[in-house]
Design a protein around this ligand. Sequence first.
Ligand code: SAH
Length: 374
Amino acid sequence: MDAFTPHLLDGKVNLKNLLPTEMEQLMLALGQPRYKWQQIWRWMYVRLVDRFEDMTDLSKDFRRKLEEVAVIPSMGLHLHQQSEAQDTDKFLFKMADGSLVESVKMKYLVGHGRIAICISSQVGCAMACSFCASGLAGLQRNLATWEIVDQVVQIQKAVEPLGQRVANVVYMGIGEPFHNYEAVLRSTRIINCGEGLGIGMRHLTISTSGLVPQIRQLTAEKLPIRLAISLHATNNELRNQIMPVNRKWPIEELLVACREYQEASGRRITFEYVLLEGVNDSLAEAEALGRMLRGLHVLVNLIPWNPVDGAPYERSRPGRIRAFQEKVEAQGPKCTVRQEKGADIEAACGQLRLRDMAGTAKSKERRQRGDRPA
Ligand code: SAH
């Protein structure tokens, strides 16, 4: 059972952390036929059951054994907030340590009851982007694999009575997914497994502020996951200022890594660009943006900035956004603007903010002290 040591929770094997192959190993370690993992997996990820006693097609003895050695944790739903105005549903989960985790369900359907959700990868974020509320509050901790997976499970549970199904998942909530690479990648494999949730890799998007080594690592995994890059500036001077990560991985290196990803995966890459009035939204920048992405298969996604308390920015005016969009498209790349009504799943959750927790207060405090992490 040593192989399961990294996946213990209160001394028991945490099944929601395990990959299918590891579940199979666990069955063998428990003296069961290997196919039993599928039975348990289906209970967990199709019937969304988390109590062994409810797994009625397993023998009573085996259920008792599972009870002794394993656990299927689930996060408590702290708040489910429906917002007509933003066309999204917000879910707030409370963890055992009191941390809050936020996910968002887009109201619009990607077809036949299929919905898109946006999930978090960390509690807080270390990237310290100057326009982002979660970045300003700093990192509290990484989410464990099961806490990432459970956001999908819990939302699936909530939407099933409405005849809906989670079909698209974007890792674009709170946190930098590539700063929690192992847990995030593990979660994609669990969410993807066809015996359970069965969400295709092509329907998973990881959004990153631009961690080049991890982009390369993802390239090497050879998975058809979609990649989204938060670019937000066309020159290093500005990007250094608004996204400290750029001081380590400047735009040129980022674009090389994107090109490698594209060549290996054949996937279109989304470039997100938050428009900040008078900061990064000039027509010259639009032209530079369009030009620098030429030769790549991309979608440029313009995001009207969602105001953050204390951040020294304003959202660009609609006319300016349209002009920016046209200028980008004139250079070749396809360019969309995130609709206020959540019409674009890839960006609608950039606005995630934990208004009702200390995070906002903390970020203000840090701002006043002027000690943002580098
Ligand atoms: N750390 C990852 C994913 C989380 S943020 C990343 O940087 O991609 C998801 C997207 O929302 C990013 O593009 C981010 O820059 C953007 N974003 C952050 N704060 C925002 C705000 N206040 N308004 C609009 N978009 C914001």
